[in-house]
Design a protein around this ligand. Structure first.
Ligand SMILES: CC(C)(COP(=O)(O)OP(=O)(O)OC[C@H]1O[C@@H](n2cnc3c(N)ncnc32)[C@H](O)[C@@H]1OP(=O)(O)O)[C@@H](O)C(=O)NCCC(=O)NCCSC(=O)C[C@H](O)C(=O)O
Ligand SMILES: [Mg+2]
Length: 287
């Protein structure tokens, strides 16, 4: 997908003020959460509230994802049926996906809407390639809190215990051309910590990061957008390569480094992402 997924903000479907506020927040996508952010005795009402907001509120260019409860809970089936064909929904997010069969079960209830998978269990990590290859899958979301819980790992600034799972899911998503976004940073008032974790996720290759608070959005958007220097370099690489080709050469040299056609593909992707981000910003400004 060429649309940006730099910032993907969770909003508990039970919080009306947050559902209203989302229209003012420059997140690229929203996960309207019926699962872990909603208390059991609020789940049924949250489903009704969310269906109303998604019918009545224009969330502009923000991609609208509904995280349903698992089909092994008393709420999951009704969640899937309520949002499967809702005009205000772009995708359904399935929690705790262990294997492609978990997506089959939701796909059987929701005929057309694209599916996303929460990658947050040990089994899910080991089956990441098969999950990413599911025909209905569009995107993957790392659930690093649940994953840490399952692994019994400690939270570390360098996320060393997470690296195997993050890497497996990234490989799987890229092998199948899926969107993939990183997990949340829980300390939502710690800007420096968030900046560092965004930089790590960006360096690894994630498209963006999931967030829990509006104050995290700007830092995340900046981290996952190509910088001005990256855009400038991409343009110069394309120019240098085109000039070399015009002279019958397959390789250019720019700033002491080689530029081959594979670098041109990356440079074109950088420019396409920058353009998609500009279009998203214009659409939000025009709202
Ligand atoms: C973390 C929070 C509980 C903090 O809430 P609060 O104390 O109300 O924050 P503020 O007072 O600073 O809020 C300021 C204003 O911003 C609005 N707000 C807050 N959070 C959101 C949000 N997520 N989206 C939209 N708007 C939001 C407040 O309404 C205030 O508005 P105003 O009245 O106009 O000033 C809270 O942020 C929160 O509940 N966050 C979401 C938590 C969540 O969704 N958790 C579940 C997802 S994480 C997860 O499960 C990941 C995965 O599965 C895994 O395993 O890792
Ligand atoms: Mg989770």
């Amino acid at each position: 997908m060429t649309r940006p997924f730099r910032s993907v903000l969770y909003i508990p479907a039970s919080k009306e003020r947050a559902l209203e506020k989302a229209r003012e927040i420059a997140a690229d996508a929203i996960i309207f959460d019926l699962e872990d952010a909603v208390a059991p005795d609020e789940k049924a009402q949250a489903r009704v509230t969310l269906a109303r907001f998604l019918s009545e509120v224009d969330y502009g260019p923000r991609y609208r994802i509904v995280r349903i409860n698992g089909l092994d809970t008393v709420w999951g089936r009704e969640d899937a049926l309520a949002f499967a064909a809702h005009a205000g929904v772009d995708a359904l997010l399935v929690p705790k996906v262990n294997a492609p069969a978990d997506l089959d079960a939701v796909a059987a209830l929701a005929a057309k809407v694209p599916l996303w998978a929460m990658m947050e269990t040990a089994a899910g990590m080991l089956n990441a390639a098969a999950i990413a290859g599911h025909a209905r899958l569009e995107g993957m979301v790392m659930g690093t809190n649940d994953l840490a819980k399952e692994l019994g790992s400690r939270f570390r600034a360098d996320r060393l215990p997470m690296q195997a799972g993050l890497g497996l899911c990234l490989l799987a998503a890229r092998a199948h051309g899926r969107v993939i976004v990183d997990g949340v940073y829980n300390a939502f008032k710690d800007e420096d910590g968030l900046r560092a974790e965004c930089a790590q996720g960006r360096d690894m290759g994630f498209d963006g990061k999931t967030l829990i608070h509006p104050a995290q959005v700007d830092i995340c958007n900046a981290a996952f957008a190509p910088s001005e220097a990256e855009v400038e370099l991409a343009k110069r690489q394309i120019e240098a390569f085109n000039a070399a080709q015009a002279q019958g050469q397959g390789v250019a040299v720019l700033d002491g480094r080689i530029v081959e056609n594979l670098h041109v593909v990356t440079a074109q992707a950088v420019l396409a992402k920058a353009q998609a981000i500009r279009a998203q910003a214009q659409d939000i400004a025009a709202q």
